[in-house]
Write a protein that binds this ligand. Structure first.
Ligand code: AMP
Length: 291
């Protein structure tokens, strides 16, 4: 356990450190991030370090998960700041490789998960999940964690990673952590930094819609369409464009017809643009508590 994490950009260095940790009987916990760390990321980090595991945080803005017209080039890169935020949190190592180190010329192998990647962000961001599963599989192979911690903010990503680990017999426990929110409810995101003042206010329509759906659900509403439409109305009132507002089975991510009745846990997931910023949020009715 350490107060100042070691920082490395080298695959060989992180491998050697993880080999050493395993040789001294430490379990390894991994938190993959794209940096610009906020409290949401830090809640994952705190989960990773609890129990004295050798915690590795990766900071890598992965080019292969961005579409050609997305924000890869302007994604915030704040490594120095990130290191400060990790100070005193018992993180053992920060791995911040370059894209060149991660993707050698001639690389021809990708990891793809079918079906569960078809809808939601898979539909609006073609190729995104292939980029995610490929880089996460690579990080798993480099670090060799027992546990990897992900946020439910990227709900589909969490389900996709769980599917990959199960299908490929990766001996890794995938832990999903609750969405960490600003005091006014906005889901924390590195992309919130793009929002100007008025956009920041408009962005609240996402969580407002989810709260309204919770209220309806608490009052006994179980029709999928009515629960979903209350979210859609709120987001439509403030967003510039909507990629989706979808009601889906929280386990399989299969889209549910409006006229059906909630059977088990219902996921309502949103992706919408406020100005030029694409924001996502979600909730699971019957599980999450949103006040
Ligand atoms: P990112 O840096 O956006 O790729 O996120 C890295 C990890 O942090 C992912 O597992 C995200 O789901 C998680 N994460 C991002 N924002 C939040 C949040 N507000 N609450 C909880 N987890 C989050």
């Amino acid at each position: 356990m350490k107060n100042t994490p070691d920082l490395t950009t080298e695959i060989s260095a992180v491998r050697a450190a993880c080999d050493n940790a395993r040789a001294s009987n430490h379990r390894i916990a991994l938190v993959p991030t794209m940096g610009a760390l906020h409290q949401g990321h830090l809640s994952l980090v705190d989960e990773a370090t609890k129990g004295g595991d050798f915690a590795v945080v990766t900071v890598f803005v992965n080019p292969t998960q961005f579409g050609p017209n997305e924000d890869y080039r302007r994604y915030p890169q704040t490594l120095e700041n990130d290191m400060e935020k990790l100070q005193g949190r018992n993180v053992s190592m920060v791995f911040a490789p370059s894209a060149k180190a991660m993707y050698l010329p001639g690389a021809a192998t990708t990891v793809g998960v079918a079906d569960i990647t078809d809808g939601l962000c898979g539909a609006s961001r073609p190729g995104h999940f292939d980029g995610v599963t490929t880089v996460v599989a690579k990080l798993f192979n480099i670090v060799g964690p027992c546990r990897a911690i992900f946020g439910r903010k990227d709900y589909q990503q969490l389900r996709v990673i769980k599917r990959m680990v199960q299908d490929l017999n990766m001996p890794i426990e995938i832990v999903g952590m609750p969405i960490f929110r600003e005091p006014d409810g906005l889901a924390m995101s590195s992309r919130n930094a793009y929002l100007d003042k008025t956009e920041r206010v408009r962005a609240l329509s996402l969580v407002a819609g989810l709260k309204a759906a919770h209220q309806l659900y608490q009052n006994g509403e179980r029709q999928v369409g009515r629960l979903k439409n209350t979210v859609l109305e709120s987001v439509t009132s403030s967003a510039d464009t909507i990629d989706y507002v979808t009601a889906a089975d929280a386990n399989t991510l299969e889209t549910l017809e409006d006229r059906t009745t909630v059977q088990d846990k219902l996921l309502i997931a949103i992706a919408a643009h406020i100005g030029s910023t694409r924001l996502i949020d979600n909730t699971v009715l019957g599980k999450d508590v949103l006040k």
